[in-house]
Design a binder for this molecule. Structure first.
Ligand code: SAH
Length: 215
């Protein structure tokens, strides 16, 4: 049904090199990008683009994030094997696959019903099995909290308090915050119930919808 041949592996290695040149230096992140078959997430018509460092449409007006963005967020999360992680915005499932490759235990939530169903049915066929949830992730998933790591893969207008509330001690929330077009990547670390905030580069994500997202 899906093939991973030397050609695709070659393209994937090239992508890894490009990410290294762009400043991604965590070897474990690069190894995960080198392992997950990104072309399996693409429709036939776009297959030739799977290993370009670009975002692409995945239907329902949504996108599979640019590999650089996925690598950047993953690196900043400082994933440790066994981390309990919540991902807001399952989308194609590519980011979740990378996080699983790195040994995180992944809870992922998607607000678009069709995407949720599609990825829930598809991702396990590649051997990646996060816990899938359908609903408004701007509220987190309180029933499964706390999390060591939370990653938001859609652009938020504010930092949802529900998410910082669901962070474990020492936990990290990585979230792009800004206006609808552009967002600054923020890293919030919870230390002794205080929130430490760091700011990184700007990115362009699709909007985070829902209660603590865009209306
Ligand atoms: N992580 C994805 C990127 C998906 S794009 C990947 O690797 O492909 C962002 C996704 O966030 C979209 O699928 C969108 O439907 C979803 N989204 C937007 N608002 C959301 C919300 N409040 N809760 C959960 N998912 C949301």
């Amino acid at each position: 049904m899906f093939e991973d041949n030397y050609r695709q592996r070659g393209l994937r290695n090239k992508l890894v090199k490009k990410l290294l040149e762009k400043g991604i230096c965590d070897q474990r992140v690069l190894a995960a990008i080198g392992k997950v078959p990104r072309h399996a997430f693409f429709d036939d018509a776009l297959l030739g683009h799977a290993y370009e460092d670009k975002a692409f449409p995945i239907g329902e007006g949504q996108t599979i994030s640019q590999p650089y963005t996925v690598a950047f967020q993953t690196e900043k999360l400082k994933i440790q094997p066994g981390d309990k992680l919540l991902e807001i915005g399952t989308g194609s499932g590519y980011q979740a696959a990378i996080l699983l490759e790195m040994g995180a235990k992944v809870y992922t939530i998607e607000y678009n019903r069709k995407l949720y169903e599609r990825t829930r049915d598809f991702l396990p066929t590649l051997g990646y099995e996060p816990y899938f949830f359908y609903g408004d992730g701007s509220k987190g998933i309180p029933a499964k909290a706390p999390y060591n790591k939370i990653i938001v893969t859609a652009g938020a207008p504010v930092i949802p308090t529900a998410l910082t509330d669901q962070l474990a001690e020492g936990g990290i929330l990585l979230i792009p915050v800004g206006d609808r077009e552009r967002q600054k990547m923020l890293r919030i670390t919870k230390v002794k119930n205080e929130l430490k905030k760091e700011e990184f580069d700007s990115f362009a994500f699709v909007p985070l919808l829902g209660d603590q997202g865009w209306k």
